[in-house]
Design a protein around this ligand. Structure first.
Ligand code: COI
Length: 355
């Protein structure tokens, strides 16, 4: 494996104070990881350098055809000062699945993990420790060929940047209101819906603006073919608890395979809570809401962690869930997953990786 070169900043930035709300994705640390790729040469020159602006040709392919992959994971500091990553192997695996779909060369897993550990280690003093905060890690690859024809790029840049963050939603652990979209779709089977790439998020913006205007914080997507089956929310996977059973849409090729989603399913199995991954129609949700059997609803994601949903709106139907409070099982998932992330609880083998 190639050695990671480290060049430390000579002018460190002021770190946010304890009273800073750490609005998601607004503050960046002193350093970043960078590595380049050229066809015939492979990935080369892994390095940690001061966080800096990029100099790129305006003709770079990423600007025109969106050939890019990104990931998201978090680092936490334990009470005894250790630094933990949560299931980084899952993000690395998913990054390379996305890369394959997007014709981006795979990143060797050992270099990827070493890069994550090394850059977090260099900036570990930026990891916030107030409850509900963490260091968000954003690895991403962009296509850098200066070329306007449509084909896979021959050169790429892989970067990792770090951001101390609080809750993804301004409402914190208070339930969010979600708009079920009936006009646009996010992805279709065979498309790029299960890859983590900007195109899936830009496809969501028009609906998100519409939902915000109506007072909803996120959009829940229905499938692109029948416009009938539940898929996922803008920044999270979705779970329902109906009649004591935890249900989430199955991974069908157009849904993002979330790491927190996988963790919740594993915990259900460990706790003997019935859990089903299957098709869920909007009619089933409307009916459960009418009968009063829609007991809990929550989203899962790296940024969102576990976010309770307090209202679902579909056309003229408003489905209120949990009387404005987080559900009991939702709270248990939140406490357990954040407890494992912070090293307070021990999780299944391999979930916590020390830097
Ligand atoms: C994450 O949860 O890490 C994500 O990538 C969602 C993002 C859109 C904030």
């Amino acid at each position: 494996m190639q050695n990671i070169r480290i060049e430390k900043t000579t002018c460190p930035k002021e770190k946010p104070g304890n009273d800073n709300p750490l609005t998601f994705g607004t503050i960046f640390t002193d350093h970043m990881f960078e590595m380049d790729y050229e066809e015939g040469k492979g990935w080369y020159d892994p390095r940690i350098v001061p966080y800096h602006k990029l100099e790129l040709e305006p003709s770079c392919m990423v600007f025109h055809y969106g050939q890019e992959m990104f990931e998201g994971l978090k680092a936490y500091k334990t009470e005894d000062g250790r630094v933990l990553l949560f299931r980084p192997d899952k993000n690395i695996e998913r990054a390379n699945r996305s890369n394959n779909r997007l014709c981006i060369p795979e990143i060797p897993e050992d270099i990827f993990l070493e890069a994550l550990k090394a850059v977090v280690d260099v900036d570990q003093d930026w990891i916030p420790t107030k409850p509900g905060t963490s260091l968000y890690i954003r690895p991403f690859v962009i296509a850098t060929d200066p070329f306007l024809g449509v084909r896979p790029s021959h050169s790429y840049k892989f970067m990792i940047i770090l951001s101390p963050v609080g809750a993804y939603y301004a409402s914190g652990l208070n339930p969010v209101k979600i708009w079920i979209e009936d006009e646009y779709v996010r992805a279709v089977k065979g498309g790029i819906g299960e890859a983590k790439t900007g195109g899936n998020y830009v496809a969501s913006l028009a609906s998100q603006v519409k939902a915000h205007d109506e007072g909803y914080s996120q959009v829940l997507w229905l499938d692109g073919l029948h416009r009938k089956y539940i898929e996922e929310v803008g920044a999270m996977n979705i779970f329902f608890k109906i009649n004591g059973v935890v249900i989430t849409p199955e991974l069908n090729g157009s849904i993002l395979p979330g790491v927190t989603r996988d963790s919740v399913i594993s915990l259900c199995k460990e706790w003997s809570v019935p859990v089903e991954e299957r098709q869920i129609s909007i009619d089933e949700i409307l009916e459960a809401a009418k009968k009063g059997t829609l007991e809990e609803c929550f989203g899962t994601g790296t940024a969102a962690v576990i976010s309770p949903v307090g209202e679902l709106r579909f056309e003229n139907d408003r489905m209120a869930i949990g009387e404005g409070k987080i559900g009991e099982l939702t709270q248990k998932f939140y406490d357990t997953i954040t407890g494992i992330q912070l090293g307070i609880l021990s999780g299944p083998e391999g979930w916590s990786v020390e830097v």
